[in-house]
Design a protein around this ligand. Structure first.
Ligand code: DNO
Length: 355
């Protein structure tokens, strides 16, 4: 297991590389070129620049989160071929700079979704939460605007506020796209890029939908066991793998996260570990990583990784905002650093108990 930390770059992160380096056991960061518009080729010199900066801080850059997928690929439009060619070129450029894993998602229109980015908990900390009733009763344009206001000036991962003007139009394009169509479009994409991945030894790791159910009538496919099986089988190559996000999959209580880790372990290239607490059907809030704070058993999840012989990359995922920190929602330093220490503690005990 290689412990890494998400970092949004010098201009868009409140956390510095030096601070990340001081977290015990941290080997590197997972980052991205945030300012390249979706669908365009990531230039080699910019990747190199990012990598050098990270290396100078004594950290590695071997994982990217995310190289986002252009909407035309998800929609299966004729223009997708052009964007797929660009994607391949980006992958080659990344592989040339030593990138081993690329995290991406296949969620139509919206990336992750929450109803509140700063819900106050009893201890005064704030956290992100989800309430399906609020989401269903809120116009999507208003929701994105609110998100933008609440994000404290930071860009939100996966969101492109500049698309706000065309949000309704993009959503309309999905009216005739079924879950099956979306799976077919993913297959088309994977079949096209996988030969490039194999040749350049760069692994793809699809991120689950967050939350893993349809939003605003838009289809969602990376939701649980059945579809994960389908996705891994549609191109049965070790380079077609998963980002197994415990919090995304775990927000549906029907998903047994440790069982998913045991089933898909060898194809998990990137593990996102976090906890959450169920507040009712379609409702949850994020908690500290500690098992007893949330509804997920983080020990069981780590044990399942250990038993599967997991040797991929792992990062602590969203944290609460604590100790007065002002940072991008979910991505402050303190709670994630404690998450990393806790996960390292579990890993050390599991390893030593088994040796
Ligand atoms: C949110 C993240 C997501 C994730 C992408 C992966 O905090 O988990 O934005 O990075 O969905 O492509």
């Amino acid at each position: 297991m290689k412990m890494i930390f998400r970092w949004f770059g010098e201009d868009d992160d409140s956390v510095s590389l030096n601070e990340i380096k001081q977290i015990p056991g941290m080997t590197g960061v997972v980052s991205a070129l945030q300012d390249i518009p979706v669908g365009e080729v990531w230039p080699k010199n910019k990747i190199k620049e990012l990598k050098n900066k990270i290396n100078q801080a004594g950290l590695e850059l071997e994982v990217i989160e995310s190289v986002n997928i252009h909407e035309d690929i998800k929609l299966g439009l004729p223009s997708r071929d052009k964007y797929i060619e660009n994607y391949k070129e980006t992958l080659i450029n990344l592989a040339d700079e030593g990138i081993k894993v690329v995290c991406y998602n296949f969620m139509p229109v919206f990336d992750w979704l929450r109803s509140d980015l700063a819900r106050e908990l009893e201890d005064g900390s704030t956290t992100m939460s989800y309430d399906k009733d609020w989401i269903n009763n809120t116009d999507p344009v208003k929701l994105v605007e609110e998100f933008d206001k609440e994000s404290k000036g930071f860009s939100l991962p996966g969101w492109e506020p500049e698309r706000l003007a065309e949000l309704k139009e993009i959503m309309k394009q999905y009216e005739d796209i079924s879950e099956k169509d979306l799976l077919d479009n993913l297959k088309y994409f994977l079949e096209a890029i996988l030969p490039v991945c194999e040749e350049n030894e760069i692994k793809m790791a699809i991120h689950p939908d967050d939350p893993p159910w349809p939003i605003y009538g838009l289809p969602r496919i990376v939701t649980g066991k059945e579809n994960l099986r389908k996705i891994l089988k549609m191109v049965d190559s070790p380079y077609n793998g998963l980002t197994l996000c415990s919090g995304s999959l775990g927000s549906n209580p029907e998903n047994d996260v440790p069982a998913l880790v045991r089933e898909f372990g060898v194809r998990v290239h990137f593990a996102h570990v976090r906890n959450l607490k169920f507040d009712g059907e379609g409702k949850f809030h994020e908690t500290s990583h500690l098992s007893t704070d949330g509804s997920l058993d983080i020990f069981k999840i780590m044990k399942a990784y250990y038993d599967s012989g997991f040797d991929g990359y792992l990062r602590p995922d969203h944290g609460r905002m604590i100790w007065g920190e002002k940072a991008r929602p979910g991505y402050g330093l303190y709670d994630r650093a404690m998450g990393a220490a806790y996960i390292n503690g579990l890993w050390e005990s599991i390893t030593k108990m088994n040796s």
